[in-house]
Structures are given as structure tokens and as C-alpha cells.
Design a protein around this ligand. Structure first.
Ligand code: SF4
Length: 429
């Protein structure tokens, strides 16, 4: 039985698709803690890792002066790494202290790293034991943010998947909708209003603002992804009886419209009502996009693999902003969640899954696109060669989903090109 519904498009990209394996240049899954701790406002993320991990998190998340941070690193010492100390005892102590000191924390995530993985520290079992000890006080689970296998957005997938077993079962005969993947509070509020207007009730956002916002799941649950990097969590929800709604991601005017239409069609909302409700925000989004489209149209964009947002962003830029896509590099191409996007891409666009840094950069240098969307580590090198870049991590940190963010999303891509124009004019004056 199929667990994917409302798939009104072809399932596979008909263009060239290849895989590359080699040197990678992406952040690890620990990076996801930065947006997850902002989203789940009573969760604490305890990384079990090295000083390097602590530095990554601290420098990426910035220093919070007025609030106590809700992330920390339990640093594995050389004695731990050499197997000369009992890491579990130490972890017990650190968690005990944390829980007694931080009254507002309702969920603790133990986050694995490369070092904890190398010494085979079983954090899932540790979390289960700690859960028994602190049963009445806080929910505890574990996930891996290790850079050995994960790219930075996969950290969120691992985090959410670690809580799927805890979701309550949906009562027989009931229906609900889960919007899967972190969106900002403002996007959640806008989406809720539109779902209300469409008459679609019992909607949960997962993850929610509070750790206790755990949606029920079972037969009668529909899942729609708001982010493209939640494939494993989607599969875990499907295993619990949910159906995944296939749709493009809610990026831009067209993407957002198709996303809501896909949900509405599963709920049998009359076409006329759907068009009536979506028309106003759709037109508003088109108007907000127009001035940016004028700057972007006809330009060439190249995606290096980084965030897993590459395929939907390429669709948005080509379909809604008139850019030509020279190549879509993506660290991991999940066919399950990407179904709704593929048929909307131009047939000759090549998709390269995985990464081999040197040949990937050679292709950028050869094609010299107007804009390269890439990781922060690569951007400076390309900028110094006169190529304009956009950090893909910005697309994860900024609220970009939905009709009301369509203009802002296009502006993110237009900004480096506008800056270039100003520099060029400046150099002549
Ligand atoms: S988890 Fe691995 S890749 Fe990430 S900061 Fe720690 S050591 Fe580096």
C-alpha cells in the first residue's frame, strides 16, 4: 500500500542525475541545534563531544548575554577517549546537575558527535537509563549530530526521529495533519490562519514551540513536509500509519500555492473555496516577488551541495524568478520528500548527489555562474575569484516559507547581485 498521497506530478526528474563521493565541505549535524533550540523553547541540547564541537556550537549560535543558553557541551577528555574513565558516570552527574539547576527545561537531548561515535558511546541507552532516573521531571532522548555521516540539516531529522516513538497514538476514526520540519513562529501563525480558512482543523507543527507539543500519529494522520531534510522522520511517521502528502515545498508564490492545494485536495476542500482563499496571498506574493525577479531574470545560478534545500530552491529560482540553473549539487537527494519538486525542474538540469569538492569547484570555475549558492567555507574562496555567492545556511536560518515570505526569499538571492552592481558602478565613478 502506498503511503504517499496527492502525488499529481511525475515522480522522477527526467534529466541527468549523478552521484559523487569524495572530499566534503559541509557543517555537521550539531549545527541544527542553533535553530532547533530557538524553535523548541523549553528544550536543552547537551552535546557529548570535544572542544571542537563546543567551539562550533558556541561560535555558530553566538553568545547569549541576557539569557542562559539552552545548549552546552559535555567535553570528553583524553581519559574518556582512551577508555580510562567511565563516561556514563560522568554523564549521569552532568545531567543530574543540569536538571536540578534548570527548572524550565522539559526536554533534554543528548547529542552525539564524532568523538562519542568513535568511542562507541551508546547515548540512546544512556538516555533511556537517565529517563528512568528523572522520569517525573524531564523527557530525555538522544540523537547523533556527528559530522562523520551527517550534513548540518540532517541533525534536525535525527533529532525529530528520536522523538517519534514517544508520539501518542491517534484515536481510531480521528484525523489530523502534521506539518513536518522547523518553521519560524511567524510562519506557523500564517499557515494556521490559512488552514483555518480552508476548514482544515487538528493541525500540529512538528517540532512545536514547546517540547510537550507532540502530535498524535496513526491511521488518519496526514504529514506534509515544510522542510526537505526530514525524510527519515517522515518514514518513521509512515511506519506508524501516517500518509505523506506529496507536494512542492512552500517556497515562493507558486510553491506555497501548490503546497496548500495539495493539502486541500486530500481534505476534499472544494476547488472554488481553495482558489478564493489562496488568491489574495498568492497575488500579494507575486507582487512582492516582481521587483526581485527583474534583478534575477536571465542570470545563471549554480548550487553546491550543502543544505538539502538545493532542489526546491532551484525550482523556486527557475520557475518564479526566471534564473537558469547550471547545476544542482545536493548532499543527499531524498526521492520520497522531493517527489513534488522534480517534475517542475527543467529537463536538462543536472542533479549531482553527494560531493567531491575539487571537481565540483572546477565545474563552478568553468561555468562562472552569476550566483553560486554554497556553504560558508567555500564562499570566500569563490568571492575572491570574482564570483558572487549566497550562503545556503541563511536559507535555513531565515523565515522563508509561505506566501508572505516570497519577496524576502527572492531578495536573499538578489542581494549579492545588487551588491555587485553597486561595486561595479562605484569602481567607475
Ligand atoms: S561533531 Fe564532528 S564535525 Fe561536528 S564539531 Fe564535533 S568533531 Fe567536528
Amino acid at each position: 500500500m502506498s503511503s504517499v498521497i496527492a502525488s499529481s506530478v511525475e515522480e522522477h526528474h527526467p534529466g541527468p542525475q549523478t552521484q559523487e563521493r569524495g572530499q566534503r565541505a559541509v557543517f555537521c549535524g550539531l549545527t541544527s541545534i542553533i535553530w532547533l533550540h530557538r524553535r523548541i523553547q523549553d528544550a536543552f541540547f547537551l552535546v557529548v563531544g570535544s572542544r571542537t564541537c563546543a567551539h562550533l556550537i558556541q561560535s555558530a549560535a553566538g553568545v547569549m548575554i541576557f539569557a542562559e543558553p539552552r545548549f552546552a557541551t559535555a567535553i570528553l577528555s583524553e581519559r574518556d577517549l582512551a577508555g580510562m574513565a567511565d563516561c556514563h558516570e560522568e554523564l549521569d552527574r552532568v545531567v543530574g546537575e543540569l536538571i536540578s539547576r534548570r527548572g524550565g527545561i522539559n526536554r533534554l537531548f543528548l547529542v552525539g558527535s564524532c568523538p562519542s561515535e568513535v568511542i562507541k558511546l551508546d547515548l540512546e541507552t544512556a538516555a533511556a537509563k537517565l529517563q528512568v532516573k528523572h522520569e517525573n521531571r524531564v523527557r530525555i532522548s538522544a540523537f547523533s549530530g556527528s559530522g562523520i555521516e551527517t550534513t548540518f540539516t540532517q541533525g534536525e531529522d535525527q533529532c525529530l526521529k528520536s522523538t517519534v516513538a514517544e508520539l501518542p497514538s491517534l484515536a481510531s476514526g480521528e484525523q489530523n495533519l502534521i506539518v513536518l520540519g522547523t518553521v519560524s513562529d511567524i510562519v506557523e501563525d500564517q499557515f494556521r490562519r490559512l488552514f483555518d480558512d480552508l476548514g482544515i482543523g487538528n493541525v500540529s507543527f512538528y517540532p512545536g514551540r514547546k517540547a510537550g507539543d507532540l502530535p498524535a500519529v496513526g491511521k488518519g494522520t496526514r504529514v506534509i513536509a515544510a522542510q526537505p531534510f526530514v525524510g527519515e522522520t517522515a518514514r518513521a511517521l509512515i511506519d506508524r500509519g501516517a500518509d505523506l502528502i506529496s507536494a512542492p515545498f512552500p517556497l515562493g508564490a507558486e510553491g506555497s500555492k501548490s503546497w496548500f492545494e495539495a493539502v486541500a485536495s486530500v481534505y476534499d476542500v472544494p476547488q472554488e473555496r481553495v482558489q478564493q482563499i489562496l488568491e489574495l496571498p498568492y497575488q500579494r506574493a507575486k507582487r512582492a516577488l516582481a521587483p526581485h525577479r527583474a534583478k534575477l531574470e536571465g542570470k545563471r545560478v549554480h548550487f553546491l551541495p550543502d543544505s538539502q534545500l538545493e532542489i526546491p530552491m532551484a525550482r523556486f529560482l527557475s520557475e518564479e524568478c526566471g534564473l537558469e540553473v547550471s547545476e544542482i549539487g545536493t548532499p543527499f537527494h531524498d526521492q520520497l520528500v522531493m517527489q513534488g519538486e522534480l517534475a517542475r525542474l527543467a529537463k536538462d538540469v543536472s542533479i549531482v548527489e553527494g560531493q567531491d569538492l575539487d571537481p565540483a569547484l572546477a565545474r563552478v570555475r568553468e561555468s562562472r555562474p552569476d550566483l553560486t549558492v554554497c556553504g560558508m567555507g567555500i564562499a570566500n574562496a569563490l568571492e575572491s575569484e570574482g564570483l558572487r555567492t549566497k550562503w545556503s545556511i541563511e536559507l535555513v536560518f531565515s523565515p522563508v516559507q509561505g506566501f508572505d515570505q516570497a519577496g524576502d526569499l527572492a531578495a536573499l538571492f538578489a542581494k549579492p547581485l545588487v551588491r555587485q552592481d553597486i561595486l561595479e558602478v562605484g569602481s567607475w565613478s
